[in-house]
Design a protein around this ligand. Structure first.
Ligand code: PMT
Length: 418
């Protein structure tokens, strides 16, 4: 798996403290690495987590349920149907703080990606609302198969944390990518997700994304190439850390992350109206949208006829939403953090930093993310971005990273300021 698909991860100093008192679902599927997951179960239980283990039928061929029952002090769950009115998958899923799937076989990754729910493991994972950590383990050929890679991408897109696999000795005697990461790494990832999933709890974050479309006539508009992805990743990153997120988004085909309130708009004026309605309650406002700077002063009710010749279009400026938020008092909370973007045709980090600082002052923003929109791998429509983040505590050169990684770096910065 290339770097662009790996989530950014930074270790949590006190893993046990992060896991203490948490309800963790540990889903063990059928691979030889299942024996190592006994150490994960022990680590979780020793940290004070309440661990409920779900095993698939194949997993039971590798390790006995009694092992996990002894290590966790809890019954091990294997059956989709309970006795009487019990609905085990719903009961297990509700109230869980975290679900871990380890080892995650190619089959279990595929079931999760497709939303199949034909056993207790898959039905429970389709029901959970908590973060999910997946530790794949399989033969190299299965890992590298296009179907598995596609399924893993789907999981990543939905915010699932995938740790590993690593390269090493496999059960067949082969060597290569497909080996499950060590139990300590799974525990570290679990702790990190739990810490991250909470530090913005109780905060409201308003994010704008996508481009606006300013009508000329009923079918034509002034617009730009923004896909909405950058803002969507910011909304996802903030939501994953527990914030209540509202996304105000222009026309976009990228699916917004689950759990985020979405308001769809078309024009700069509509975006301004929605943002101003919500700004008073927001702890942070992030303006990743590419708002059109100009609109047609008038727009025709009927489609302009080609036969009438090229029309003369008078342009007028759209409202500058970021600048109004930055300079007019009373619209947003005085303590809120205002973040703007700067779309610049400059790949050089030094030049981007200077432009970011300039725009920060001009727009009255706390943070400006200046990104290069001149290179084919950065800016509009692509999954990666080259950017610097300028804030009151200095400028960070993030370099060329996935939009997801940039979003995480930005949300880290916002979390610190909040
Ligand atoms: O959507 P993607 O395909 O993922 O692409 C992401 C992106 C390149 C669009 C994004 O990363 C980005 O750079 N967004 C800001 C684009 C832009 O409008 O930049 P600007 O330098 O023209 O505007 C500066 C800031 O003012 C932005 O925060 C913008 O939202 C805001 N603005 C601009 C004009 C206006 N009328 N009102 C505004 O609020």
């Amino acid at each position: 798996m290339d770097d662009a698909h790996l989530p950014d991860r930074s270790p949590v100093a006190d893993v046990a403290a992060a896991l203490q008192g948490k309800k963790v679902l540990l889903c063990v599927t059928g691979g030889i690495a299942a024996y190592k997951v006994a150490y994960v179960a022990r680590g979780l239980a020793q940290s004070g987590a309440d661990v409920r283990v779900i095993m698939t039928r194949s997993a039971e061929r590798f390790v006995g349920a009694q092992t996990f029952a002894s290590l966790t002090g809890n019954k091990v769950y294997t059956e989709l149907f309970g006795e009487g009115p019990d609905v085990p998958h719903v009961e297990l899923a509700r109230g869980a703080d975290l679900a871990i799937v380890a080892p995650a076989t190619a089959n279990s990754v595929a079931k999760m990606a497709l939303g199949i729910a034909d056993d207790l493991f898959s039905a429970t994972l389709l029901t959970v609302r908590c973060p999910i950590v997946v530790a794949p383990a399989m033969h190299t050929e299965m890992w590298e198969n296009a179907a598995t890679q596609h399924n893993v991408h789907l999981l990543l897109e939905r915010g699932v944390i995938v740790v590993g696999p690593v390269s090493g000795a496999l059960s067949s005697g082969d060597e290569g990518p497909g080996r499950m990461v060590e139990p300590d790494e799974i525990l570290g990832a679990a702790a990190e997700v739990l810490v991250r999933s909470q530090d913005l709890a109780g905060k409201r974050i308003l994010v704008t994304a996508g481009g606006t479309q300013e009508p000329i006539d009923p079918v034509r508009f002034i617009g730009n190439r923004s896909s909405g992805l950058m803002g969507i990743e910011i909304a996802r990153a903030a939501h994953e850390r527990g914030a209540k997120v509202t996304l105000v988004i222009g026309p976009s085909n990228v699916p917004p992350p689950p759990g985020v309130d979405v308001i769809r708009v078309k024009t700069a004026q509509e975006m301004r109206d929605e943002v101003f309605e919500l700004a008073g309650d927001a702890d942070a406002i992030v303006k990743a949208a590419a708002v059109a700077d100009w609109r047609s002063a008038e727009h025709a009710d009927q489609k302009l006829k080609k036969a009438a010749g090229p029309p003369e279009i008078d342009l007028e400026p759209t409202p500058d939403i970021l600048s109004e938020l930055g300079h007019s008092g009373g619209i947003r909370k005085p303590t809120s953090i205002l973040v703007g973007f700067a779309a610049e045709t400059q790949p050089d980090a030094g030049a981007l930093s200077a432009l970011a600082e300039e725009k920060r002052a001009a727009k009255g923003a706390d943070i400006i993310v200046a990104n290069d929109v001149s290179s084919p791998d950065s800016g509009f429509e692509v999954p990666t971005n080259r950017a610097v983040i300028a804030g009151p505590d200095g400028v960070i050169d993030v370099g060329l990273v996935t939009k997801r990684a940039l979003a995480k770096a930005l949300v880290d910065r916002i979390a610190k300021l909040l």
